[in-house]
Each structure stands twice: as C-alpha cells, then as structure tokens.
Design a protein around this ligand. Structure first.
Ligand code: C2E
Ligand code: MG
Ligand code: MG
Length: 695
C-alpha cells in the first residue's frame, strides 16, 4: 500500500486535517479542484460531498442524487470491509493511502488509482476524502473484458479473504455453490480436506486437487486449482479457487476402475486389485513395518453345487459367501475373490498366529450356518490356508503359494484351516508328485488285477449278529503297498476311470454275494457308488447286467449314495433311484450328516437306509444330534446304520436309542474275503446249508 504524506497537498493547496478552516469552507475551496473528489461516510456508505469532476466520475446527474445513493451498489463486496480498514488506519496514523480500485459508478466497472485521506467533519466524524488520482482508460477496457470473461466462464472462480470469508465469486461459482458457500470451509464435504489443502499451500503457492464439495446439486466432485493470491482491495493475502465439475469424468473413471478391479459377481476386489493392495502394503515404508495376515480360502464341494444345482445357484452361493467373509473379516481387512470359489482375506497389522487362527475359527463358524437357496439349505465351508507377512514370504507370489499350500493340506485333512509352515511346501510337492504317480499307475491297475474288495460286517442291534457287509475298495499297489480308497477314488473320479473301476466293484461285490449265498450266508452286500458313476446314464443298465450275470437277488444288493448326488433334484436323480428301487435294489444314504443334511431328501426319494457318518460318534457335541436323527429315521420308516462304532459304550448307547444296525472297528475292521467269511461263520445268526454249486 502506497503511503502518502499525511499533509499532502491535494492539487497543491490544502492541508486537510490540520486546516483551521471549517469543513464547509474547506470543501468550498476544494470544489473547483479539477480532479474528482468526494467525501465518503464509511459507516452509512453515503457520499457526503463531491466536487464537479467527482459527480462526473460517479456518473451522477446532480449532487443530491449522488448523496442519496447507496454506495454499496457501486462497490464490490470486498471493498466495504477494506474501506473500514482504510478509514481506521488513515485516522490512526494520519496518513493517506493510494490504491488501485475497481468501482461501479454506473453499469460498468471502472478502474482507478484512488487516494484516501482522513477527514474530520465539523461534528468530528472520521470520514474519508477520496481523490481519483488516475482513471485507467486502458485498464477500464481490460477490466470490462475481465468482468465479462468472469461472468461468462463456466469455470467456478471464488476469492476468499485470509479469514476464509468469501470476497468474490463469479456467476458460475454462485450458480453451482449457491448461497451456502460463505466461507472456504463451508465448501468441503470432508473436513480433513482442509488440512490437505493447507499443507499443499504451505509447500507451494498453488495446488491442484480433486475433492468432494457441497453444491446446490448435492455433493459433487470438483477439480480445483487453489492458489495464494492478493485481496486487490485490502492488499491482504487471499485464496483464489478456480474449479470445474469433474463428477462425470470421475464417474466414468470409476466405471473403468470397477471393470478392471472389481469382481462383477460379488463386487469384491478382484485378483488385480488385491495385487495392487498387497504391493502397497509391502512397499518399503511405514505400512510394511506392521505386517499382515493372509487367508487363502477355497470352498469345499462347490463344484458339486455348481454341477448339480446349476450355475445360477452357484453364483448366488458365491455372493452369500462374499457377504459372510466380508462380515467376519472386520473393517480393517480386505476380502477379494481370486476367481471360481477362491477368496483371499488380508488382515491388516495382525501377524500373531493365535489371533489369526481364532479369526479363521470365527470365519468357519460364520460360514457354517446353512444358506437357503431355491428352497434348499446348503452348507458350504471353506478350507483356509493362513500365512503372515513378512514371516512367511517376501513377495506376493511367495505368500500366495504358501497360503495355498496350507489351504491344500487343510482341505486334504478336512481340518478347516492350517497355518503355513515350511514343511508344508515339501509335503505338498511330494503330494503332487505322489498324485501324478498314482494317476499314472491307476491306468494299468485294473488290468493288472491290483484291486481287491474288503468287506466290513454290519451288525444287527436286535440280534447282535452279522446282517450284511459293506464292500470297500483297496488297491494293492505293486510298490506302495495297500492304498486306501480315500487316496485314489477322488483321482479316479477326476480322470473318469471311476466308471470302469466302479463297474468292476459292482460285478465283484455281486459275485461275492452270490458266492456267500451259495456258502450258506445269504447276506446283503452294500456297494458304494461314486458321484460320476451315479451321473452316468448307464448306471441302471450296468447294475442290472451285473445282477443277471452273477444271478444275484436284487434285494441282497444295497447301493450307497451320498447327499451331494441328490442335489439338484433332477429328473435323472428321480428316474435312476426309482428304476433301481423298482428292480428291488436297496438304497442307502451314506455319510449322512457330513453334507447338507437335508431332511427333505429322506422323504422325496425311495431310500431304505440312512447311514449316519462316523463323525457323529467321534464328536461329543454332534453325538447329541444322533438321538434326533435316529428318531427321525424311525418316523420316516428308514433303517438306521451308525458308522464308526469303536467302543462297547458307543454300541450300548446306540442300541438303547433304537439304532437298527452298527458298523465299526468295535465289531470288525473291513476284512479281505477269507477273513470276512470266517467272521460270518462265527457271528451269523442263521447259516443255511450251502447250496450245491452245480445247482
Ligand atoms: P464309507 O462308505 O463311509 O465307508 C466307511 C469308512 O469308514 C471305511 O473307510 C471304513 O474303513 C471306515 N470305518 C469303518 N468303521 C470305522 C471305525 O470304527 N472307525 C473309523 N475311524 N473308521 C471306520 P475306507 O474303507 O477307507 O473307505 C473310505 C471311503 O471310500 C468310503 O467311505 C467310501 O466313501 C469310499 N469307498 C470305499 N470303497 C469304495 C468303492 O468301491 N467305490 C466308491 N465309489 N467309493 C468307495
Ligand atoms: Mg459307504
Ligand atoms: Mg459312510
């Protein structure tokens, strides 16, 4: 601000404050001065007096018109507080100032260098004497252009004083922000953004930033350039904000981002997003210091749901799984879908094994609640592999591989979850090698006669005598020795060899039933049917062909199927079961309680027997349910077999609760034919005389 001599001579003639003349006398003397002069009362914003050039400058018809005018209309909003400042300073320091001002004497803006001098009226009121030192013609045009440009630009321009009060806003800004924007702080949706801007302006004179702001059209995104500026009127610092609405652009970007980084089915982040997220977490710096836990989740038996109930049910199930995982993960975790039925969960700042294992338990608990889809209750649990960063790997692929290895073993052992340790990678690669070896060997195993059926006796609770036997497959591997079915049935299922193998079992078991029948033991034989075998269209014809070939009574054959095969309730399921049942074949639902445990199936299909899985006896808590299932089996007219009976106490408990049959190591392990025959001899209630083979 240019300071003038307090006793400056206006037009070389007057000492204003110290003049011994009266106010009127002084003003009369000033009247003929050639430069525009006027006295302004800053409080009332009225002109008290003006000389002739002053009247012309303010474009007044006459003095009384000008004196009646509300000068607020001829000044910018920012000018009014500035005038108060100037009056205060000029009177306090008895000095004059000169500033470049833009005023509006008429319709249009005029830029002029104006001198402000302190002036005391006769009644001692401190007012200002304004002297137009120089009117800027060139600037006038320029300012007109500026005003027009400011009015018509679509860029929202606002100027705020150093107290954050709005000094000026152009039409675009007023239209968008409305009346609510009185201070700079009113503008931001997120209060934390204020701090962001302040920091940016400390570092540099200006900053470009995109933020959410309150507008008359609601919350919008504005792309802004914010710079330190000057209040042209007061000379104080100010903040100039020019902004354009970037909401549409941002929405388009969001759509593009969603396509690239979100799984469209579950709306969870996808594999690409999780990689970026992990990259950030593992980047050198503060975040990576804290570490994180990583869960790799894969749903058990999801394929069966998809295959039997169809993809749309599978999809709904995945959406529900995503929801449950997100709920149980908590706010500081990230859940992503890698694809198919694989999910990943990142638990921020947690590396403690115990805490991570507890979390895995609660995830499993949350997932164990049945999901109701298409009037069916499905229970789908994941197997979870857990590892932590940085302890179990330094790269994303290392961590994923290790969590995957832990998950693989958790699935193989049906343990729910496993925390990774180094031995797992070894056992996994051995497992893979092992599997590949088995896959190769399976091809020739049947033609090399390497399979054998063992039989596990079934005991009647009523007579405590043997009443049947279940055929259980064994593989006598030339180098690996005896391999139990759990190790190769799944492989044979995947490779398709199960069809041929299952057929071999059908023939072998029926032949054995006939041989025992001929030896005087007319005991039914139970045969396990695999999912793929059940799905194949020729199961019924294969069964009947075996019955005919081995002269086997259909009622002496029981086929064991599992719940997952019934999922979908398709025509094929109904037809197959009804045809088998019509032939006289008995049908048992095996491993009841491990799958969906859907009681509706028990009524819907022509089942004869319900086999309660051994897990029920092994698990104290679940054994409580056994009583309920036994009762239910009775009501539905089914024979109930308890599997996995290992102790006399268990047997007594089951008998007391009305179980029909028992099967388990307490009575006998699965036995090769010769030993099974011996067992029958010792434990059969009735042995008929052997039938003459020639007959
Ligand atoms: P499963 O049909 O539920 O057979 C019962 C399993 O429980 C048998 O295992 C049997 O040895 C075991 N087990 C019986 N009593 C006890 C007990 O008291 N305690 C314990 N811990 N286990 C007991 P195995 O022979 O290893 O068979 C496993 C599964 O392999 C069978 O379960 C069945 O699902 C499948 N499997 C066996 N043979 C065949 C076959 O010929 N075809 C098909 N598709 N699957 C078969
Ligand atoms: Mg079975
Ligand atoms: Mg079973």
């Amino acid at each position: 601000m240019l300071k003038l001599d307090p006793f400056c001579k206006l037009n070389g003639r007057f000492h204003l404050l110290q003049s011994p003349w009266s106010s009127d006398a002084r003003l009369n003397a000033l009247f003929h001065v050639k430069v525009p002069l006027c006295l302004m009362d800053v409080d009332s914003l009225k002109i008290l007096w003006a000389n002739e050039p002053g009247l012309t400058f303010w474009q007044a018809d006459n003095a009384s018109e000008l004196y009646a005018r509300d000068m607020a209309q001829s000044l910018t909003t920012a000018a009014i507080p500035a005038l108060h400042n100037i009056r205060r300073n000029c009177h306090a320091t008895q000095s004059c100032v000169s500033e470049l001002w833009t005023v509006f004497p008429g319709e249009q803006a005029t830029t002029a260098q104006i001198g402000f001098s302190p002036y005391l009226t006769d009644d001692n009121k401190p007012v200002l004497l304004l002297q137009v030192i120089k009117q800027h013609q060139s600037r006038r045009a320029e300012s007109l252009h500026t005003t027009t440009a400011l009015t018509h630009t679509s860029t929202m321009i606002s100027l705020y004083g150093n107290d954050n009060q709005l000094l000026f806003s152009n039409s675009a800004s007023q239209d968008a922000l409305g009346n609510r924007e009185r201070t700079l702080l009113d503008r931001w949706v997120n209060p934390a953004d204020i701090h962001k801007i302040e920091q940016a302006l400390i570092a540099s004179e200006s900053c470009s930033i995109e933020l959410e702001v309150h507008t008359v059209a609601g919350i919008r995104w504005h792309s802004m350039s914010i710079r330190r500026s000057l209040n042209a009127v007061s000379g104080d610092t100010a903040t100039l904000v020019s902004a354009t609405d970037s909401t549409e652009q941002r929405n388009a970007q969001q759509v593009a981002y969603n396509l690239a980084y979100t799984d469209s089915l579950t709306n969870l982040p996808n594999r690409a997003a999780i990689n970026i997220y992990l990259d950030e977490l593992m980047a050198p710096g503060e975040k990576s210091q804290t570490g994180f836990g990583l869960f790799f989740l894969d749903l058990d038996r999801f394929k069966a749901v998809n295959d039997s109930l169809g993809h749309s049910v599978g999809d709904q199930l995945l959406i529900e799984v995503a929801l449950r995982l997100t709920t149980s993960a908590g706010p500081d975790s990230m859940v992503a879908r890698l694809g198919g039925d694989e999910f990943v969960m990142i638990i921020n700042r947690v590396t403690d094994i115990k805490i991570l294992c507890d979390l895995a338990t609660s995830v499993l608990q949350c997932m164990s609640e049945p999901v109701e889809l298409n009037e069916q209750k499905l229970r789908i649990l994941p197997s979870i592999g857990i590892c932590s960063y940085p302890a179990n790997g330094n790269t994303i692929s290392e961590l994923m591989q290790n969590a995957d290895a832990a998950m693989y073993l958790a699935k193989a052992n049906q343990s729910g979850y496993y925390f990774y340790d180094e031995t797992m990678t070894r056992s996994l690669s051995e497992g893979i090698k092992n599997r590949l070896g088995l896959e190769n060997d399976l091809v020739s195993a049947l033609s090399n006669n390497e399979f054998e059926l063992y039989y596990q006796p079934k005991i009647s609770c009523r007579t405590r005598a043997v009443t049947g036997a279940e055929a259980l497959l064994r593989w006598n591997h030339p180098t690996r020795g005896m391999i139990p079915p759990d190790h190769f049935i799944a492989i044979a299922e995947e490779t398709g060899q199960i069809i041929e193998l299952g057929n071999w079992v059908l023939h072998e078991a029926m032949k054995q039933q006939r041989d025992w029948h001929r030896a005087g033991f007319n005991l039914p034989v139970s045969i396990n049917i695999s999912a793929r075998q059940f799905k194949a269209t020729d199961l019924v014809s294969n069964v009947s062909e075996a019955l005919i070939r081995h002269c086997c009574d259909p009622v002496m054959v029981e086929l064991e199927i599992t719940e997952s095969m019934l999922l979908g309730d398709t025509d094929h399921v109904h037809e197959t079961l009804h045809q088998l049942s019509t032939m006289g074949i008995k049908l048992a639902l095996d491993d009841f309680g491990t799958g969906y445990s859907n009681l509706a199936y028990l009524q819907r299909y022509p089942l004869d027997t319900l086999k309660i899985d051994k897990a029920f006896l092994a698990d104290q808590k679940r054994s409580m349910l056994m009583g309920t299932i036994l009762n239910m089996g009775k009501v539905l007219g089914l024979q109930v077999v308890a599997e996995g009976v290992e102790t006399a106490a268990q047997a007594d408990w089951l008998i007391a609760r009305g179980c029909d049959y028992l099967q388990g190591f307490h009575f006998s392990k699965p036995l090769p034919v010769a030993q099974a025959t011996e067992f029958f001899e010792q434990n059969s209630a009735t042995r008929q005389p052997p039938i003459n083979k020639a007959a």
